[in-house]
Ligand binder design. Structure first.
Ligand code: C5P
Length: 484
């Protein structure tokens, strides 16, 4: 790396390519000029979900290629107890720290405990104050009026960073797409990407790692009749949840559910002709419903992102689910090694994913019996559900019934030291009306003097609270979630 400081390299590289997202960093005057030399050992700390693991893998690749030694740790969240340990690490081992997919929400604690050098943050969560860029090296899209919820994920921020370090890192773009899919950022037309993610996708296509395909929006890996019964983008009263009716429906279209070797067929196995007639029939079933049918027809087609280098996993969304499973089951290194090309890890990760799916379906059944209704929110708590999967369960339950989408769902799970992990989710219709769960949880925790900072995005946020504060916390969130 010579004696050049990282920031110089970074900013110069950005200057050269004028990337849509990062170009405004050039104008950033508050970034300290005395940015530390970046030759010492680096410790990457990243979040445990799919976006966090892809962020970690991108950074690990980029540092390895730049001959910078590094180590990597994955945390459920950057809690104050970890920040204290990291402080000791900086002092005792002279480490340089990179935080990815968290750090923004913990800014005040980082500044207080770690000062303003020896670390930087690559994150996409909404900062508390977007008008005031803190005087530390903190890359966050919100400072440039770019949404970290829909236009770029943490993996995307890490990708731009890697590309700025070395343009050859363009091949890491496919990992950033996997991360963005993990955070469900393909919310553009027909499951497409927008903003900075679109640039990353173009890089991934250019580097030959991803191809995009349009297809019917149901699971492509489950048997066709199961996929149609359970994974349509919106439920159809005539088919959803009823495998027998779906079988009859397919029979009427002369689409066989098994092939000549008695293997169950999936969407991928259908001919173009069969797909066309299936699509047509689904659209007319949608019209039968007589409500939002146009919306339904539009939602029936989505984009699939095919991966070329993770055989046997070919679908980027599936890869992102697999990573999430590894992170949440406590095997993040399997996920990261899979991303870094280790075939054995990938095989093991696939097995973990099967376990995870089983754990999720058991937890869903428990969760369904544990919902309580309040004025402006619904809550979910069951002591049998593990804190590592509570966020996923909260998302699934919220979207499982139309009536649940009318209020935010706040889920709780037992955590360490008599505390509760909080996961909050809200439907996009509420976000359009101005609800911001990240802000609500942050403000309620601040008001109640809860030490661990809460945070997140408008539709998905989290916190950690002392168990004894539960009742009061629910009351405060219920008040704050009122939409005028
Ligand atoms: O943990 P969970 O999946 O519910 O978190 C939802 C979102 O909120 C994630 O993007 C997570 O990174 C963020 N979060 C946060 N601060 C916390 C807890 C969660 O920014 N204390």
């Amino acid at each position: 790396m010579g004696s050049k400081i990282l920031l110089d390299i970074f900013l110069n590289a950005i200057d050269e390519r004028k990337d849509y997202f990062l170009k405004s960093l050039r104008e950033e005057s508050e970034i300290p000029k005395n940015f530390p030399d970046f030759k010492k050992n680096v410790h990457i700390y990243s979040h445990l979900d799919s976006d966090g693991l892809t962020s970690a893998a991108i950074l690990a690749f980029a540092l390895k290629r730049a001959n910078i030694s590094y180590q990597l740790s994955v945390l459920p969240q950057l809690e104050t107890q970890y920040i204290k340990k990291i402080k000791d690490e900086i002092i005792n081992y002279n480490r340089f720290i990179i935080f990815s997919d968290f750090g923004t929400g913990q800014l005040e604690f980082l500044k207080k405990d770690l000062g303003s050098s020896n670390y930087f943050i690559l994150d996409h969560h909404q900062p508390e104050n977007i008008k005031e860029h803190p005087d530390i090296f903190h890359v966050n899209p919100y400072y440039y009026d770019i949404s970290g919820e829909s236009e770029i994920s943490a993996a995307g921020v890490c990708y731009f960073f890697a590309k700025a370090l070395d343009p050859k890192n363009i091949d890491l773009s496919s990992l950033a797409i996997i991360g963005a899919l993990g955070d469900m950022q393909n919310k553009g037309d027909k499951g497409g990407f927008i903003g900075a993610n679109k640039i990353i996708l173009d890089d991934a296509i250019k580097s030959g790692k991803i191809s995009v395909e349009r297809d019917i929006s149901i699971s492509r890996h489950q048997p066709l009749y199961i996929a149609l019964a359970y994974s349509l983008p919106e439920k159809l009263p005539t088919l959803s949840g009823n495998e027998e009716k779906v079988k009859l429906f397919l029979k009427s279209l002369q689409i066989k559910i098994q092939d000549e070797w008695n293997e169950k067929r999936t969407l991928i196995n259908l001919s173009t002709y069969e797909k066309k007639s299936l699509l047509k029939a689904l659209i007319s079933e949608g019209y039968e419903r007589n409500d939002k049918s146009k919306d339904f027809a539009v939602k029936l087609i989505t984009s699939y992102y095919n991966l070329s280098n993770f055989d046997p996993i070919t679908d980027a969304k599936e890869m992102s689910k697999l990573l999430n499973a590894c992170g949440r089951l406590g095997f993040p290194s399997l996920g990261i090694s899979s991303l870094m090309g280790d075939k054995k890890s990938l095989r093991m990760a696939i097995e973990k994913n099967k376990l995870y799916k089983r754990e999720i379906s058991i937890a869903i059944r428990l969760a369904e019996q544990s919902i309580r209704n309040y004025k402006n929110i619904n809550t979910l708590y069951n002591s049998e559900i593990n804190e590592k999967i509570i966020g996923t369960i909260c998302s699934i339950i919220l979207h499982s019934k139309e009536e649940l989408k009318e209020k935010p769902l706040i889920a709780f799970a037992d955590s360490d030291n008599h505390s509760l992990k909080v996961s909050a989710r809200a439907d996009h219709e509420l976000i359009k009306k101005g609800l911001n769960l990240g802000k609500i949880l942050r403000e309620v925790c601040q008001k109640m003097g809860i030490i661990n900072p809460a945070g997140g995005h408008p539709p998905a946020a989290g916190a950690k609270i002392p168990s004894m504060n539960l009742k009061n916390f629910i009351e405060e969130v219920d008040k704050a979630a009122k939409i005028d």
